[in-house]
Write a protein that binds this ligand. Structure first.
Ligand SMILES: [Zn+2]
Length: 322
C-alpha cells in the first residue's frame, strides 16, 4: 500500500471529502475530481470515467458515487474522476479530445510538453494513477457502438492475480484478458503493478438507470474485496475471452447481421458494406468462432475505422474461476 499523505496537493485527513479540479496547463479548464478520505486507514482506490466523453453510463455512475460514498464506514481513500475528457464532453465530440482530436486512452502516460490529450494523460497518470493501490476505469459503447457488458484485465503483469480478482467482482458474464500493455490508462497502470480493470457497460451514448446502478454496485463490490467497505464481496463466474478487433475494409453504409452479445461460427456473415446506390462493396464473414463484444451500429462506417470486436476462448478458459 502506498499510504500517501497527499494527493494532488491535498492532505489526506481521515473523515474529510474534497472536490477540486486538476488544472491542465495552457487550457482554460480543469478536470474535476473528488477525494473521499475514510475514517479508517486502508488502500487508495482510483475510479475514472469519461476518458471517452460520450460513454455516459460510467460518467453518471462516477458522479453519483462521488456524492454517495462517505467517510463513515469507509476504510482508505477513494479518488473519483467523473469526466477525464472534459473538453470533448463540452463540445459533444464522439470521445476524442476536442482540441487535438486524439483518443485520450491511446496516449498514456502522456507528456507535459505535448498536445492537450498528452497533457491530460500526464496529469492523470502522475498525479492520481501512480498514487493508487487499485484502479477502475469505467467505459461504455460510444455513440455509434452497440456493446454487451464485460470487463478487461491485463494478462502477464505483476498484478494479474489481483486484477483478475477485481474483475471477478463485476456483474457480467464475460471478461477479456487483454494483451495490450501500452497507451491505455488501466493497461499502463497494471504494467506498473497497480491492480486495474476496465469495465464496459452501456451503449450508443445512452445512460439507462439500471446500467448506472450496475456500475455503482460493481465499484462497491470491488471496494468490499479491497476491505474498504464492510461485508464480503460477491463474485460472478465468467467466460474468459481473448479479444480480436476488426477494422472496416471499406467506407460506406454498414448493415450488421448480428448484435453485441451474439455467438457466431466461422464463416457466418457478420455484416455488409454497401455504397450509396445499395451495391455491395464488401461482405464481412467471421474468420473463426466468436462472441460479439461490440460493433459499429451506425449506418455510416469509416474505412480502417472500428467495425467490430469479438472474443474467442479456449475450452480450458470456460469458467476459469472468474
Ligand atoms: Zn471507452
Amino acid at each position: 500500500m502506498n499510504q500517501p499523505k497527499q494527493i494532488a496537493g491535498h492532505d489526506l485527513i481521515p473523515g474529510t471529502m474534497i472536490n477540486d479540479h486538476l488544472s491542465v496547463p495552457d487550457t482554460a479548464y480543469g478536470i474535476p475530481y473528488s477525494i473521499i478520505c475514510g475514517r479508517e486507514p486502508g488502500p487508495v482506490l482510483l475510479l475514472t470515467a469519461g476518458i471517452h466523453n460520450a460513454e455516459f453510463v460510467g460518467i453518471q455512475a462516477a458522479i453519483e458515487l462521488s456524492r454517495e460514498l462517505v467517510p463513515e464506514n469507509l476504510a482508505g481513500t477513494v479518488i473519483i474522476v467523473p469526466l477525464a475528457n472534459r473538453s470533448g464532453f463540452e463540445h459533444r465530440t464522439m470521445s476524442l479530445v476536442y482540441e487535438d482530436t486524439k483518443n485520450l486512452n491511446r496516449v498514456f502516460p502522456g507528456n507535459l510538453e505535448g498536445t492537450e490529450s498528452e497533457r491530460i494523460a500526464f496529469l492523470l497518470f502522475h498525479s492520481l494513477i501512480l498514487k493508487a493501490d487499485a484502479f477502475i476505469d469505467l467505459h461504455s459503447g460510444d455513440g455509434f457502438e452497440e456493446l454487451t457488458p464485460y470487463v478487461y484485465f491485463v494478462g502477464e503483469t505483476p498484478c494479474e492475480t489481483e486484477s483478475a480478482a477485481m474483475a471477478a467482482c463485476v456483474n457480467a458474464d464475460h471478461c477479456v484478458r487483454s494483451r495490450c500493455k501500452t497507451g491505455g490508462a488501466y493497461n499502463l497502470a497494471a504494467v506498473n503493478g497497480i491492480p486495474s480493470i476496465l469495465i464496459e457497460r452501456g451503449q450508443l451514448s445512452l445512460f439507462p438507470r439500471h446500467q448506472i446502478e450496475a456500475d455503482k454496485e460493481d465499484v462497491r463490490n470491488i471496494m468490499r474485496l479491497l476491505g474498504m467497505l464492510p461485508e464480503n464481496p460477491r463474485t460472478y463466474r465468467k467466460q474468459q475471452l481473448t479479444e480480436t478487433e476488426l477494422s472496416a475494409p471499406a467506407g460506406g453504409c454498414w448493415y450488421p447481421e448480428l448484435h453485441a452479445g451474439d455467438y457466431f461460427s466461422a464463416g457466418d456473415l457478420l455484416g455488409t458494406i454497401r455504397d450509396y446506390f445499395g451495391h455491395t462493396i464488401s461482405s464481412v464473414s467471421a474468420p473463426e468462432n466468436g462472441f460479439l463484444l461490440h460493433q459499429c451500429a451506425s449506418l455510416n462506417i469509416i474505412k480502417d475505422g472500428p467495425m467490430l470486436s469479438y472474443g474467442t476462448y479456449l475450452p480450458d478458459d470456460i469458467d476459469a474461476g472468474f
